[in-house]
Write a protein that binds this ligand. Structure first.
Ligand code: ADP
Ligand code: MG
Length: 700
């Protein structure tokens, strides 16, 4: 049965969440403001109420200028004595102001004419900022300024500072949130005895405290995520997650899938003719997958394994289980290069055991493609390889039983739903997703509602470790000599061009220039170039030439990021390595060290390095284990930006942390079960509050 739930995610490729319209209708919220709120994932009043402060400032009291301490933010009430704009080229707005205890300079490096007016001599102001010892004595740089009348009352709660986005000022956000709190009261759903036993405030109280803490509360206490108010909110969030998880699981168990029991026919033939034995981890993962496939409910499993851990081979075995049972399986990859490589590998492995593999590529001639599609539609071919787009094609796979998705984080929700349309009526195919960017299990669980995980935590034997070198780009000539020496000795090299996120045109230009520079510097070698704008057949011709060592140096943009497997390549040069993300660097480095030769990865970097850039280079230099790198990545970037978040939608957990809040997770798990059994309406309310229109994402 087709799933009718509309996919809703924040990705551009997918349809806009249905609740986007809701925010438009709010009084005082025009299209522009609605758009800005959407950037913060705010689409409904509940989203505003759950948009919680990052930190607080205390504007409930006034400090005398004489009592200010450097670096401690505080509020003072002052009168402006004088105000002037310093002469160009360094136009700055400088005001002197005083209270009964002393004087201070207010310095604005950027300013608007309106601010100049605000700071006219004689104005009375509340200023909030930090004191610094400047060249001309004590000063505040860019304090927050608010004109006041004498005797104006102070606010009666701490001032929340919210995460925001360009064009949306704190005061506007505060007003919206205040309105939402007043007009859309949250109700307490927890059973009273449980709440008392846990010693937590009610949810409405907790939210009020977090949005508007009383002045008596110490900022450090309320900013601490261990505060009972935070705990209460996190429990609610975890509860919503657990409820969705259980529902997604129940929905999956309610679906039928073709049972694919193990016959050890084709799989055994493949194992016998592979030139290697499976690693222990591969064997375990395959056993887990085989057990799932034997069931008549759809599998939903993530196969995680570091770069080079041998996921393709496990995927091939899983696909053979479908074939053994006379059913179809497809393998999909995000790029043509990768899909073609999978195709070649599978075709090589499976030809000797007499199995045909269909190659569904956009670059094949229409006639050939149609012939292949006809044979798939007739069930004459059981195995197919293509890009992720394959699934949106009209290609019919009447016997589809298993879909394998490589680089699952690039696979959209819409595509996942489209998969269900293939295969036989009343059946959902089994899904095996593969990720070359290992993410910690707990993190995977916070992104996917219902997913089993197999891990390849072991590399095939005989790999020589990769040596990583950090080299300043001033020494590029030496690096070119190294490339030359390696290639003359029979090896091959990748040269990865800098990532230029702002402009694809500029990125192409740089790649072209690098190609010309290296061609000129290495006249005795053949240099090739691949980038995203090449036609598919041009790309695959260059890749084939590189595989055959007809091209020794491959200049590439990040199109080679994932999965390319040329064991003779032993040198990887990455230019402007500081611009790449950690996961990307790890992926790129993993292109070498695949053969018996000692491999080197040279990271060329340009000064000055940003703090994050420096940390990334340090992490990639020090670690080779993908799991450790993923954890570092998470630490440096924070979970919000972590791999997959962008593509697969919104992270399911915003405040709680599965590891840190393990105790709450357990409570939420029990409570979810109780609510689903005894009070499904309450369960609905909790998930609606947290996921709203995103809930359908969890089902995909
Ligand atoms: P990844 O997990 O990064 O997709 P691949 O599936 O591309 O890794 O495998 C990397 C290389 O290791 C391939 O050349 C593959 O044939 C080889 N390989 C896979 N399993 C084994 C094994 N058990 N022993 C030796 N080599 C293996
Ligand atoms: Mg791979």
């Amino acid at each position: 049965m087709p799933d009718t739930a509309a996919p809703a995610t924040a990705t551009a490729a997918n349809a806009a969440p249905p609740k986007k319209a809701a925010v438009r209708g709010w009084p005082g919220v025009g299209p522009q403001l609605a758009e800005r709120l959407a950037k913060l994932d705010i689409f409904a009043p509940a989203d505003l109420i759950l948009h919680l402060p990052l930190r607080y400032e205390d504007e409930t009291r006034l400090t005398m200028l004489a009592d200010l301490r450097p670096g401690v933010p505080a509020q003072c009430e002052v009168e402006v004595i004088s105000c002037e704009v310093s002469p160009p080229p360094r136009r700055q707005l400088l005001a002197r102001a005083s209270d009964a205890s002393g004087e201070v300079t207010l310095r604005f490096v950027h300013f608007y004419p309106s601010q100049q007016k605000q700071l006219a001599a004689g104005s009375r102001l509340r200023i909030f900022g930090e004191l610094r010892g400047g060249f001309f004595g004590a000063e505040m740089i860019h304090p927050r300024v608010k004109p006041v009348a004498a005797g104006e009352p102070l606010p009666d709660s701490l001032t929340p500072i919210y995460p925001t986005t360009a064009g949306l000022v704190q005061s506007a956000l505060r007003k919206l949130i205040g309105g939402a709190l007043r007009h859309n009261p949250v109700v307490e759903d927890l059973p009273e005895p449980l709440r008392r036993r846990l010693n937590l405030p009610t949810l409405p109280d907790a939210l009020r405290t977090l949005h508007a803490p009383p002045p008596s509360m110490a900022i450090l206490d309320i900013e601490d995520r261990g505060h009972p108010a935070w705990q209460r909110v996190k429990l609610d969030e975890l509860l919503a997650q657990q409820i969705s998880l259980r529902r997604a699981y129940a929905a999956r168990r309610a679906k039928n899938a073709p049972s694919l029991p193990r016959h050890d026919t084709l799989t055994r033939s493949l194992l016998e003719q592979l030139p290697f034995a499976l690693t222990g981890a591969q064997g375990r993962a395959f056993a887990e997958i085989a057990a799932d496939l034997a069931s008549d409910h759809p599998m939903q499993r993530l196969l995680q394994g570091d770069v080079g851990s041998g996921k393709t081979c496990v995927a091939a075995l899983a696909m053979l289980l479908a074939a053994e049972n006379g059913r179809q399986a497809v393998l999909m990859a995000p790029t043509e290069i990768l899909a073609e490589q999978h195709y070649r590998k599978l075709a090589d492995w499976l030809a000797p055991i007499g199995l045909e593999v269909a190659w569904l590529s956009g670059s094949r001639k229409k006639k050939e493609r149609e012939a292949t599609m006809a044979r798939l539609a007739a069930g004459e071919i059981l195995l197919a390889v293509g890009t992720h787009a394959l699934i949106e094609d009209p290609v019919a796979l009447p016997l589809l039983a298993l879909a394998v998705v490589d680089e699952q984080h690039r696979f959209g929700v819409r595509q996942r739903l489209a998969l269900r349309e293939k295969g036989q009526a009343g059946e959902s195919p089994h899904m095996l997703m593969m990720s070359a960017t290992p993410i910690p299990r707990t993190l995977a669980m916070s992104y996917y509602a219902d997913l089993d995980v197999s891990v390849l935590d072991e590399l095939p034997p005989g790999r020589t470790p990769i040596v990583t070198k950090l080299v300043s780009d001033q020494r590029r000539d030496e690096v070119i000599r190294r490339v030359h020496d390696a290639c003359v000795a029979g090896r091959q090299a990748y040269w990865v061009c800098p990532l230029i996120e702002e402009s694809e045109a500029l990125q192409l230009k740089t790649a072209q220039e690098t190609f010309e520079m290296l061609s000129a510097a290495l006249p005795d070698l053949t240099v090739g170039l691949v980038h995203g704008r090449l036609k598919n057949d041009e790309k695959s011709a260059t890749m084939a030439a590189f595989s055959a060592n007809e091209v020794q140096v491959l200049v590439a943009t990040t199109v080679i990021e994932v999965g390319v497997d040329v064991p003779n390549a032993s040198l990887m040069v990455i230019e402007h390595a500081e611009r790449f993300g950690l996961a990307q660097l790890h992926q790129l480095r993993g292109r070498v060290g695949r053969g018996v030769h000692e491999s080197v990865c040279i990271l060329l970097f340009a000064q000055p390095l940003s703090q994050a850039g420096r940390e990334r280079l340090k992490a990639i230099f020090e670690h080779t284990d993908g799991f450790v790198i993923a954890r570092e990545d998470l630490r440096i970037r924070g979970p919000g930006e972590f791999i997959g978040a962008r593509q697969s939608g919104v992270p399911l957990l915003r405040y709680a942390d599965l590891e840190e809040d393990a105790v709450l997770v357990d409570i939420a798990r029990d409570l979810a079960e109780t609510l689903l059994r005894d009070a499904p309406r309450v369960a609905d309310a909790v998930t609606a509050r947290w996921f709203g229109g995103r809930a359908s994402l969890l089902k995909a």
